[in-house]
Ligand binder design. Structure first.
Ligand SMILES: [Zn+2]
Length: 478
């Protein structure tokens, strides 16, 4: 099937306005004469002078968590423990006894009480329902007495950190409409122009659900499995298993990111180091033999040090977050480059409190400008549901430097993070928006190159195409 998009402003070119698609693949890109060539043979779509860019890649998000999050109590924006309790009380009143209440997105930095919620707070409002409320960073949570009993856990305050939390989350039953939630999440992503994602820390449950949806996936899904659920099962279609994701540390929010020197607001504490370079390198080499990639979560400078040593032995590593990048580490990574760094520009907005944790070191946090200048490959991502899935909010943060005021990137650099660099991070080799590549495209309502950078977060996809098929928006071919 032959299709032509005409009157387009094709990204990266002043004269190309025509894209020819054959069987889902870009066949040719050119000017007006190319457009005329297929008149009467192909179906035409008028882009009405709008900008066309490659489909966007969210190279690090958590599809399953995002999907079940659609059925969870949304605690973002809650400003006090009293309001948190009220949200749980109201959810409990809509459920039967014994049904789970899971909430996400609370941030005690925003609470007027300036303390962590505990199990007694939750027992008071939902004694007959197991409750688990996950902090915005996903590195800690708080459970009530019934939830702890059901999970067979003991904790005086009800606080669960890292591994214990992940184990708990795995054991909470998924909502009955889990598959529908996954599918509708992929359509949510497509509505922002995202045509490909890497879903991180995927479990067998997520893989099985996606396998059963395989023929119906609107966008490409690459899974980075959690280590214990990794499998070499043959998938196909728009689904692939790309590798394994492991953690070397935690988060700044929970003060578990591994630092060389103690936290400024907790000087005895240097966070937690969860993996050593030898183990990382060994796993990376094993995966390389399978044609897969190791994704390594490393936020603190101490964790990044460990990744840098691992890169001496194997380059088959993708670095997740790379949040605190002082100059010596930057020089090291310049000489020993990983597959890519997957970064989240929106953290520069969400972590506005970071100076409290890091003091003067904050100047090396989200050091994207210096990393790009050093020639490193930075892939953009949301880390949803930690941050919003809308990539334009994130691109906007990259252009302005966010609330932390980090040195900004240009529009070209930010878009590259979400297109060609994103593809690399997902283990995909082709050049986007070029003949021979899948026709994964987005027609935008506004041009990010002509808008004021503060208006970029408002950009919308008019049409999102995957392999030449419209997966979002109203199309009119003639
Ligand atoms: Zn993540």
């Amino acid at each position: 099937m032959l299709r032509v998009i005409e009157n387009a402003r094709v990204m990266g070119s002043y004269h190309d306005n025509c894209i020819v698609i054959e069987n889902g693949v870009i066949k040719e890109i050119g000017g007006s004469s190319l457009c005329e060539k297929y008149r009467g043979i192909a179906k035409y779509l008028d882009a009405q002078g709008k900008v066309v860019i490659p489909g966007l890649v969210d190279s690090h998000m958590h599809l399953s968590s995002y999907a079940v999050g659609k059925a969870r109590v949304d605690l973002r924006g809650v400003r006090s423990i009293e309001d948190l309790k009220e949200a749980v009380r109201s959810k409990a009143s809509s459920l039967k006894e014994g049904e789970w209440i899971v909430g996400t997105g609370w941030d005690h930095e925003q609470f007027k009480e300036k303390r962590l919620p505990n199990k007694l707070d939750l027992d008071e409002v939902a004694p007959s329902n197991p409750v688990l409320l996950i902090r915005i960073c996903i590195h800690m949570g708080v459970a009530n007495t019934l939830a702890l009993r059901k999970l067979g856990l003991k904790s005086e305050e009800g606080h669960l950190y890292e591994e214990e939390l992940y184990e708990a989350l795995k054991r909470i039953p998924k909502p009955p409409n889990y598959r529908d939630l996954l599918l509708s999440s992929l359509y949510d992503l497509a509505s922002y122009g995202i045509t490909r994602i890497c879903s991180m820390n995927a479990l067998r449950e997520e893989l099985d659900a996606l396998l059963s949806l395989r023929g119906r996936l609107p966008i490409w899904v690459h899974l980075f499995m959690s280590e214990e659920d990794y499998t070499k099962v043959n998938v196909g279609g728009k689904l692939s298993i790309e590798g394994i994701k492991v953690f070397t540390d935690g988060s700044f929010g929970a003060r578990t990111a591994a630092l060389r020197e103690g936290y400024t607001d907790d000087p005895e504490n240097k966070g937690v180091l969860l993996k050593r370079s030898d183990d990382l390198a060994k796993l990376a080499s094993t995966l390389e033999r399978d044609g897969k990639i190791l994704a390594v979560h490393a936020i603190g400078d101490r964790a990044l040090e460990e990744v840098l040593s691992a890169l001496k032995l194997s380059r088959n590593i993708r670095v997740e977050h790379a949040s605190l990048m002082p100059p010596d580490l930057l020089r090291g990574f310049k000489d020993r480059q990983p597959v890519a760094f997957t970064v989240q520009p929106h953290f520069t907005i969400s972590d506005s409190w970071l100076e409290e944790r890091l003091g003067d070191r904050v100047k090396y946090a989200y050091n994207y400008r210096a990393m790009i200048d050093a020639g490193l490959t930075l892939a953009g991502s949301s880390d949803a549901p930690v941050e919003p899935i809308n990539p334009w909010i994130s691109v906007g943060a990259a252009l302005t430097g966010g609330l932390l005021g980090v040195p900004p990137l240009s529009v070209d650099e930010a878009i590259e993070m979400y297109t060609s660099s994103g593809l690399r991070a997902c283990g995909t080799k082709y050049k986007p928006l070029s003949p021979g590549s899948p026709a994964d495209l987005v027609i935008l309502d506004e041009s990010p190159w002509s808008l004021n950078k503060f208006d970029v977060p408002g950009i919308r996809s008019l049409l999102t195409f995957v392999e030449g098929n419209v997966v979002y928006g109203k199309e009119k071919w003639s």
